[in-house]
Design a protein around this ligand. Sequence first.
Ligand code: CDP
Ligand code: MG
Length: 156
Amino acid sequence: VEEEIMERTLSIVKPDGVAKNLIGEVIKRFEDNGVKVIGMKMISMNKKEAEGFYAVHQGKSFFESLTTFMASGPSVVMVLEGEDAISKTRELMGATDPKQAKEGTLRRQFGTSIERNIVHGSDGPDTAAFEIWYFFNALEIFPTVSPLPFETVSQP
Ligand code: CDP
Ligand code: MG
């Protein structure tokens, strides 16, 4: 069996998820599947902060609506750690559009539209590094394993 890689990723219970009392549900799903919470806080992004977080989507048709939505109320940001945590988290979330997401995934179960899909997860090691350091500093993360390689180059 090939060894899986220990990874960290960033997840967000988006404002719709918080409003629908899904914070615990999302965390439970991750924890039950070998993905550990090693940092967490509730924040309320302003528009600029939401735009900075989603800068890769600047210029897309949904950017304005998405960033307004993300700044519409509190959300819970968390750093997750586990073997294959990036793809595992995204599998548990399901496809971006809840209608396309697999049965049993968080977005399929609780999402209401392609925009309001209750949860975010980083899509790769580079975006995970950017997204983790966007919201957290080193003193706010409590790793269970020794520092990962990317941290030595990605921490500002
Ligand atoms: O979140 P994910 O990585 O699955 O999707 P994305 O393509 O990176 O898009 C980021 C977020 O923008 C999505 O989670 C949706 O909330 C929103 N979005 C949207 O409102 N309309 C689209 N056509 C695509 C994405
Ligand atoms: Mg994405």
